[in-house]
Design a protein around this ligand. Structure first.
Ligand SMILES: Nc1nc(=O)c2c([nH]1)NC[C@@H]1CN(c3ccc(C(=O)N[C@@H](CCC(=O)O)C(=O)O)cc3)C=[N+]21
Length: 393
């Protein structure tokens, strides 16, 4: 086992021994229990017919998922299913398709740039995004640079408030309030994590609902969780994961997806979006006792734990699809900024087991930024009366 992977496993083990102070701040209960899946995958033809019938009476939304009511079928249908593929006899010679996040992001930005041009022609204004950066974490500074560069590429106006790490919470709230009142600002993003002494909840709740392009407002999270409702904004990284899966033509309905991590930035919203797409979702976190066993049963694994090399090749079922949301800075004196990014997944191992995988860098990251631009555009459209609800890419 490599040093980083050993450290990651030791970290997880240590977390279990000391439940009072988890180093991975994951807070939600485990879901996915046996028994529920029996009704989830009836005979394929029958399901297709039923889906068509249901689609006729209910609306469907690309990113928020097809709106199909739940009907439970008798478990005997399960007998008609083919046996699940076995993880045994793994063929270590094969190589997964690398999902190219950079090119997906480029296509999205191209589409956004066109819509921004149309908006400028129609109302004489461009969308505006305000970013609040507190402190001088090198990784946060890079992410903010990417966001501002993304804005420039599509014609979105960007504003940056850079505040010192030792400023008071009130100074940050004041900065957010000024952006709330600025009509040229349609999206406000407070870069996380904030310095330890600050109350994140208080600062994030200062962002007005209609400018919450990160989708962290409790009303946006609640509306994402309730299938009969539509949130104004969905968190960018969750949208990016779904976009990459949908564009890669990967079926989600009835599939077992494991999400590693339950943060409000990635894990939680991604698991909610997947359920809206009728996937069977397991969420695993620092207190899960058998993470490898759960991921090994999964058709799709989405990792957002923030632990480098946590997911080994042995954690995956042959042919699984792997989406790596981890962006873990690793010290690297040879790199320009003194660090480089690595994912949660041990790529060299996973690429031999998976059927498709996102790399880090060049996977989920660039699509996340593109989704932030999309949310900002949506917000501006709503503000200028150009749309009644947010568009779906
Ligand atoms: N309020 C808030 N909203 C966020 O969405 C948010 C946040 N705080 N805090 C931190 C995380 C992390 N995050 C990333 C976005 C893009 C890349 C990205 O573009 N990465 C590139 C560049 C990699 C490189 O530097 O080499 C890539 O993966 O190819 C990475 C990480 C957004 N986050």
């Amino acid at each position: 086992m490599g040093g980083a992977a050993a450290a990651a496993v030791a970290l997880l083990a240590a977390t279990r021994r000391r439940p009072a102070a988890p180093p991975l701040a994951f807070l939600l209960p485990r879901v996915a229990r046996a028994g529920l899946h029996e009704a989830a995958a009836p005979a394929a033809e029958e399901e297709k017919g039923r889906t068509r019938r249901r689609r006729r009476r209910s609306s469907s939304s690309r990113l928020l998922g097809p709106d199909i009511p739940d009907t439970w079928d008798p478990p005997l249908r399960a007998a008609a299913r083919p046996p699940p593929p076995s993880g045994a006899g793994v063929d270590y010679e094969s190589t997964a398709t690398i999902i190219d996040g950079k090119s997906v992001a480029e296509d999205i930005r191209f589409q956004i740039a066109e819509e921004v041009r149309q908006m400028k022609n129609a109302v004489g204004h461009a969308p505006g995004l305000a970013v609040v950066l507190v402190g001088d974490r090198r990784d946060s500074e890079s992410y903010v640079r990417y966001k501002i560069k993304g804005c420039e590429e599509v014609g979105i106006k960007s504003l940056l408030a850079e505040l010192p790490g030792n400023c008071t919470e009130d100074v940050v709230v004041d900065s957010v309030s000024r952006f709330n009142e600025d009509p040229s600002v349609h999206g406000i993003l407070v870069q996380l994590p904030l310095p330890q002494h600050m109350d994140e909840e208080r600062i994030l709740s200062a962002i007005s609902l209609e400018k919450d392009v990160d989708g962290f407002h409790p009303l946006n999270v609640g509306n994402l969780a309730l299938r009969s409702r539509k949130p104004l904004f969905v968190p960018c990284a969750a949208k990016a994961c779904l976009e990459l899966l949908l564009q890669s033509g990967i079926e989600l309905m009835g599939k077992h997806v494991t999400v590693i991590g339950r943060s409000k930035v990635v894990g939680l919203p991604t698991s909610l979006l997947l359920q809206r797409h009728h996937a069977t979702v397991s969420i695993i976190h620092a207190f899960t006792t058998n993470p490898e066993e759960i991921t090994r049963q999964s058709d799709i694994v989405i990792s957002a734990a923030g632990v480098a090399n946590l997911v080994r090749g042995s954690w995956l079922k042959k042919g699984a699809v792997v989406i790596d949301v981890g962006t873990n800075p690793i010290e690297d004196p040879t790199s320009d900024y003194g660090y480089r990014l690595t994912g949660d997944v041990c790529f060299e191992e996973a690429v031999k087991v998976a059927s498709a995988i996102t790399p880090v860098p060049g996977g989920v990251g660039p699509v996340t930024i593109a989704m932030l631009l999309a949310n900002t555009l949506d917000s501006a459209k709503l503000a200028y009366g150009l749309a009644t609800e947010s568009h779906e890419l």
